[in-house]
Design a binder for this molecule. Structure first.
Ligand code: NAD
Length: 474
């Protein structure tokens, strides 16, 4: 029988009479039922978070640290069960699911020790002025389906560390592992500090517009981000938006073709390309274009697309039907336009599971939809460039500004180019390394605000300046 997962509200695991199904994208089988919450459940969760905030905000940094380290340990200790469940609902291969689960535990442990210390602005005979960071209150967290656990943890942890409480909504496509974690941490987090409720997309605007939520931290598409900003503007909620990307990589002619081919491949195709910072446009210098594009296509031939729970699978299915249809549409458009494919492109729409073959395009034009739009699937356009200036201009010619990369033996040159890219993150000679202690965020329509590190923590607080007049004559 299909398991029904419960929500965490006010320290209790609760269900609703109304539920919805969660599907395994590898075989389209139903793998869980989850509560379909609406306004009533949200109101209960927010009221619980508000009550809990009164005492949680007064706890010491050490107490919060202990709780967050408890969350880290619970995830790590149950990692084997959790990563298998994650593959079942998300589709990513076991090895990548393992990285997400143990990465989330590591992130919680690393961020548990962050503190926001007071800053002294003035300290002399006339006055003592001090800035302290005050938790904003109840946070609404809304997350997507590509890294459901990592995204949930990267919202829950800084909320708790800063002294806030949270109501978190997983994506309706991938709520199971997060709800299993809810069960595991139920008795670790004080009642009401962490509430996890599931529902359809319609639950999102109810969170964004809820009058008793003080801040929204959102990761998802740019289109939804705009709606969130609009909803949150009604009572000027604080918002952090981590949105889409169309991330460019620039490969200089001195790069070693064989060595860089494999890394470029995985920078695009990890998690079946469903990574906000995945390399989505690869600009290769014309001197090495032919050799490198051949080497990448050759490498691709050895990578197995399939069910992520099977040994040997390198690229899993697309997570859901809606995204599968979108990726298929982009591929079809590329075919209709007569663009050249180095590999892939033939999707079997009648098969079971949302599988898209590894698809690599050979130098499509800059205005091709498959280049200009965020594909979010196992699709990679390779493009040729002649001069570095041209590559930088083309990389920056995007409404997005999330991440990018430069590949060259000359690290100084790489940095020089990195500094000209209009993105929140740039890697030189590596990809996808995100430190829990460094700010992560986007520029342009990739969002604003930051997560991770001290900058990320600050977003859950506001600065309060207390000034004491020392020579007052009162
Ligand atoms: P999405 O915007 O469709 O959904 C994200 C979440 O928002 C889900 O929980 C969904 O239920 C909820 N939602 C939907 N409509 C809403 C509304 N009107 N108001 C409030 N909430 C609403 O995104 P997705 O398809 O789940 O995720 C893919 C997108 O996420 C891609 O564009 C990707 O680039 C982006 N993403 C960005 C980052 C980052 O850190 N910048 C990380 C991961 C994914």
């Amino acid at each position: 029988m299909t398991k029904t997962y419960a929500n965490l509200i006010d320290g209790e695991m609760v269900t609703t009479s109304d539920t919805f199904e969660v599907v395994n994208p590898a075989n389209e089988e139903v793998v869980g039922l989850v509560p379909s919450c609406g306004k009533d459940e949200l109101d209960r969760a927010v009221a619980a978070a508000r009550r809990a905030f009164k005492s949680w905000r007064k706890t010491s940094a050490e107490e919060r640290q202990k709780v967050v380290q408890g969350i880290a340990a619970a995830i790590k200790d149950n990692g084997d069960e959790l990563f298998r469940l994650l593959t079942t609902e998300q589709g990513k291969p076991h090895a990548q699911a393992q990285m997400e689960i143990f990465g989330a535990a590591g992130l919680a442990a690393a961020q548990s020790t962050l503190t926001l210390d007071d800053v002294i602005n003035q300290d002399d005979d006339t006055r003592l002025s001090r800035t302290r960071r005050v938790p904003v209150g109840v946070v609404g967290g809304i997350v997507p389906w590509n890294f459901p656990v990592m995204m949930a943890i990267q919202k829950i942890v800084p909320a708790l560390v800063s002294g806030c409480t949270i109501v978190l909504k997983p994506s309706p496509f991938t709520p199971l592992t997060t709800l299993r974690i809810a069960e595991l941490i139920k008795d670790i987090v004080p009642a009401g500090t962490v509430n996890i409720i599931t529902g359809p997309d319609e639950l999102g605007p109810l969170i964004t517009e809820h009058p008793d939520i003080d801040k929204i931290t959102f990761t998802g598409s740019t289109a939804t981000g705009k709606k969130i900003m609009e909803g949150a503007s009604r009572d000027l909620k604080r918002i952090t938006l981590e949105l889409g990307g169309n991330d460019a990589s620039i490969v200089l002619p001195d790069a070693d073709v064989e060595k860089v081919a494999e890394q470029l491949f995985w920078s695009s195709f990890s998690n079946a390309g469903q990574i906000c910072v995945a390399a989505k446009r690869i600009y290769i210098h014309e001197d090495i274009y032919d050799d490198l594009s051949k080497a990448i296509a050759e490498y691709a031939k050895g990578v197995v697309v399939g069910d992520g729970s099977q040994q040997g699978t390198g690229v899993g299915p697309i997570q859901n039907k809606k995204q599968f249809d979108r990726v298929c549409e982009l591929i079809q458009d590329a075919k209709d336009q007569g663009y050249q494919f180095l590999t892939g492109g033939d999707v079997d729409p009648s098969g079971t599971g949302y599988y898209v073959p590894i698809t690599i395009l050979d130098n499509p034009p800059e205005d091709a939809r498959i280049v200009a739009e965020e594909q979010f699937g196992p699709v990679m356009p390779l493009m040729k460039f002649s001069s570095v200036e041209e590559a930088i201009e083309r990389a920056n010619n995007s409404e997005y500004g999330l991440a990018g990369a430069v590949w060259t033996k000359d690290a100084d040159k790489g940095v020089e180019i990195a500094e000209q890219l209009e993105t929140g993150t740039v890697w030189v000679n590596e990809y996808l390394h995100i430190s829990p202690l460094a700010p992560f965020g986007g520029h342009k329509q990739s969002g604003f605000g930051a997560e991770y590190g001290i900058d990320g923590l600050k977003e859950f607080t506001y600065p309060q300046v207390i000034t004491v007049k020392r020579d007052a004559d009162i």
